[in-house]
Ligand binder design. Structure first.
Ligand code: RAM
Length: 340
């Protein structure tokens, strides 16, 4: 009798447990659009592959769309087209914080759920942001790396993506706040930011311009996978003594990563790319299913990634944070390069 009661209680708990979670078939027939910042960037291709795999496993179909350029205008064209197709949800990495607001509001008014991954449009433009790693944690890791590689003093530069990029600008703001407020960075001097627009050639040219304009430069920090790969190649091929850190894909940084003078990048950071794609898919599905609305303190189960709580983002909106930034160095680069 006792056994039966316990069995029934466990069965009851299991039913409750699955009610608010993404499980196989939880998205049967669901149509989701995934919008990246630009085409031809391996970062978005890797994230999209993981997103599509996770969404399809739940029964959804995913349309992966890239704008013609890494601009808000190009994304607005993409959104116009998507809204006319009325998908259940749009998950977007924003090329601008504010410029997409009217279009994303139009989508939400048309009962399309809007989530964001990687690069967040402002809080009014989304229901929830899937943040790959806490914005402050990323900014802190980058600032500490700059300070370490510069030996605590001297000139350093940021090689960013586009000047409007929401995520790069958020990380840079954290770095610059730290540099201005914490005594340990007082002897570091930041030169004006260079923008490579997440284009390999422009990123290479901008790196060369930094070397030409600032002969005393000690460190470049590129918080973009496109920028860091371009800078890594130029610095290493030219035998420059300038050291590099930032955010990169291990697969693109393998030959440039090492602690000795033969390598341009001693260490850099990113996050779990497959986890980002999967969590973005399962959070978006949870929104469509009404398991969450994107409000503060809601919880949900993202398949085998476990339980997540929706928290307040730095911009005052809400977010789900995947985890911590990960460091890549000569110890783990070979292994990690096999993953992404
Ligand atoms: C580039 C993109 C992306 C960013 C990474 C680190 O691929 O700008 O948005 O998250 O770098």
């Amino acid at each position: 009798m006792k056994k039966t009661l316990i069995g029934a209680a466990v069965a009851g708990l299991m039913v409750l447990g699955t009610a608010a979670s993404a499980f196989a078939g939880s998205a049967d027939g669901m149509k989701i659009a995934l919008v990246g910042k630009s085409a031809g960037n391996a970062f978005f291709e890797i994230a999209a592959d993981a997103f599509v795999a996770a969404a399809e496993a739940e029964g959804a179909t995913v349309d992966v769309v890239y704008p013609e350029a890494a601009t808000a205008d190009a994304q607005i064209k993409v959104l116009d087209n998507l809204i006319s197709q009325a998908p259940d949800a749009i998950c977007i990495s924003a090329n601008d914080v504010n410029a997409l607001q009217a279009k994303l509001e139009e989508a939400m008014d048309a009962d399309i759920k809007v989530s964001s991954f990687d690069s967040a449009p402002n809080p009014d433009s989304r229901q929830v942001f899937i943040n790959q790693a806490g914005t402050k944690a990323v900014g802190q890791a980058l600032m500490d790396a700059v300070c370490d590689l510069a030996g605590g003093e001297g000139q350093w530069a940021i090689l960013s993506a586009t000047s409007q990029a929401a995520n790069q600008n958020a990380w840079i703001a954290v770095m610059e706040d730290l540099a201005a407020s914490d005594e340990k960075y007082a002897n570091l001097e930041e030169v004006p930011i260079a923008y490579g627009d997440d284009e390999p050639q422009k990123s290479t040219d901008q790196t060369q311009a930094l070397l030409d304009n600032y002969p005393d430069l000690k460190v470049i920090c590129a918080p973009t996978t496109v920028g860091i790969a371009a800078a890594a190649k130029l610095l290493q091929d030219s035998g420059s003594a300038v050291k590099l850190t930032g955010l990169g894909l291990p697969s693109e940084m393998k030959e440039y990563t090492g602690a000795d003078d033969a390598h341009s990048c001693p260490y850099f950071f990113l996050w779990d790319m497959q986890g980002l794609g999967k969590l973005s898919a399962l959070t978006t599905i949870a929104l469509v299913n009404g398991d969450i609305t994107g409000a503060l303190d809601e919880t949900f189960t993202a398949g085998d990634l476990g339980e997540y709580t929706i928290t307040e983002a730095d911009d005052g909106g809400t977010e789900v944070v995947l985890g911590l930034p990960l460091e890549f160095n000569e110890e783990n680069i070979e292994e990690m390069a096999k993953l992404y």
